[in-house]
Design a binder for this molecule. Structure first.
Ligand code: BES
Ligand code: MN
Ligand code: ZN
Length: 493
């Protein structure tokens, strides 16, 4: 997908397969519509005068012009009351326009929808959000379908303005493209079935990023390396599977070496059967998405590299398959983590925290400024917040606030849940330093408290994406936008 930008342009001079033109409520013509109407002998105003098209939000009509323009298709989009046009409306109408374009054979489309935005911040955010909305509306995962039905033909989008916009649209377009690319990578990885997307597949995907960018280096810890490091907790999960577990370390150097890196850690369980504490069969296929934390870390990492942010980033993907077998960990088994803490595995289905705790200990050696992990960690998070909002838990309130602010800024919403000693006490074990489950109450919080036992040395936040990482049977790419925005803010404030 290609994106480009045109400012101070007359739509009648543009060569494209489709011009997308805004009409406001009460049949009010936008600037672009007025200009195009003039060169097409009143095509738009004539249509409006004889039709029911009022310009209400999300109305659409495709017109064909045979003269006065270099494009035969003109897609009118109702944008509602002009004064109410904001970022949210921009997304709604962009999504509508994208769907209408996908029904045509247009390969190149030019959008004149953000022309009237006079306010800088609204203009910038609408620009970037429009790119993300567009990318989302044309995304399909149809690799395994013999017939690629309704796959859009569109290859190029131009964001166009009749005037000079009141904001830095070029930077916003660049950010939108980079984040869209990261989300695409994240979704493609997550949507792959578990028999394809194994820990090895994730490692190879990371290595291909390393080859693509000079500023990126990738190291893989194999099981024997992890044994040498004493990662008994991670290995207690991977050992039940024929697929070897991997710890994938990706580094991006965009700033001076003396700057402490920001660490991102992702849960990459490529399939979670529950292990010996086997999950019930219904919807178990969705546990291929249990690597969405790792996928989102890789996506956000890719976005930051594309944006060339002046930051150092270290990303760690803890990737393994959770299977029942004669080699698998059993309830009651006691293991020793890299930190030296012993863990009684009371439920082998609470495996995410077991792979993450060793990754979190390991990442400490990079002396990170902050550490953020993302994980599809608890079913309890889906109960608490549903499918719209990610949970944030942290040992540092400022960090939690920065993440929540970043999420609001880019429409990737979060809500903070508390952490405190009483909850940590629920993790007591009769035989080891701690158990891996905290009972039925406050499952998302006790899971975070478990991780908190391994993150005392640095500022850390955990994002539980169990409810938001996929929708129906499709990965969402969240929280790539949130992580990217947080890193953008970190880089430029
Ligand atoms: N991957 C699951 C969490 C999950 C469940 C995410 C459903 C998305 C949808 C995780 O490994 C898990 O199984 N957690 C257990 C923990 C419990 C045994 C303490 C859970 O949530 O049931
Ligand atoms: Mn599990
Ligand atoms: Zn899991």
């Amino acid at each position: 997908m290609n994106y480009s930008l045109l400012t101070s342009t007359d739509p009648s001079t543009i060569k494209s397969d489709c011009l997308v033109i805004a009409i406001f409520a009460n049949k009010k013509l936008s600037n672009a519509a007025i200009q195009l109407d003039a060169t097409t002998d009143g095509l738009i105003s004539k249509f409006l005068s004889i039709s029911d098209f009022s310009g209400n939000c999300n109305q659409s009509q495709l017109l064909y012009a045979d003269s006065g323009t270099l494009c035969s298709r003109i897609l009118l989009i109702g944008c509602g009351t002009e004064n109410n046009f904001d970022q949210k409306t921009a997304c709604r109408v962009t999504s509508k326009a994208s769907k209408e374009i996908a029904k045509t054979s247009a390969k190149h489309a030019t959008f004149f929808l953000l022309d009237t935005l006079a306010e800088r911040i609204i203009c910038e955010q609408s620009m970037r959000q429009s790119v993300l909305t567009f990318a989302d509306s044309i995304y399909r995962f149809d690799k395994y379908k013999s017939e690629k039905k309704n796959s859009p033909k569109i290859e190029h989008i131009c964001m166009a303005f009749t005037t000079e916009p009141p904001c830095d649209v070029a930077t916003m377009l660049k950010q939108g493209k980079a984040i869209a690319k990261g989300m695409h990578l994240s979704r493609d990885l997550a949507n792959q079935p578990g028999n394809v997307c194994t820990p090895n597949f994730i490692a190879e995907t990371a290595q291909s990023l390393g080859r693509q960018y000079d500023a990126v280096s990738v190291d893989i810890l194999e099981e024997h390396d992890m044994e040498a490091l004493g990662m008994g907790s991670f290995l207690s999960v991977s050992k039940g599977s024929a697929q070897p577990g991997k710890m994938v370390i990706m580094q991006y150097n965009g700033a001076d070496k003396s700057n402490r890196p920001i660490a991102l850690v992702g849960k990459g369980v490529t399939f979670d059967t529950g292990g010996i504490s086997l999950k019930p069969g219904a919807n178990m296929d969705e546990m291929k998405f249990d690597m969405c934390g790792a996928a989102s870390v890789m996506g956000a990492f890719n976005a930051c590299v594309e944006m060339q942010l002046p930051l150092n980033i270290v990303a760690v993907l803890a990737t393994a398959e959770n299977m029942p077998s004669s080699q698998a960990t059993k309830p009651g088994d006691i293991i020793t983590s890299m930190s030296g803490k012993t863990i009684e595995v009371l439920n082998t289905d609470a495996e995410g925290r077991l792979v993450l705790c060793d990754a979190l200990t390991y990442v400490g050696r990079y002396n990170p400024e902050v550490v953020i992990d993302t994980a599809t960690l608890t079913g309890a998070c889906v109960v608490a917040l549903g499918h719209h909002i990610c949970a944030v838990l942290s040992n540092n309130d400022q960090l939690a606030r920065d993440l929540m602010d970043a999420g609001s800024e880019i429409n990737d919403r979060t809500w903070q849940l508390p952490m405190s000693e009483e909850y940590t006490k629920q993790l007591k074990s009769s035989f080891a330093d701690l158990g891996n489950i905290g009972g039925p109450a406050a499952g998302t919080i006790t899971a975070a408290c478990f991780l908190g036992k391994f993150t005392e040395e640095y500022k850390w936040a955990h994002i539980d994406i169990a409810g938001t990482a996929w929708k129906g049977k499709d990965a969402t790419g969240r929280p790539v936008p949130l992580l990217s925005q947080y890193l953008i803010n970190k880089a430029y404030s």
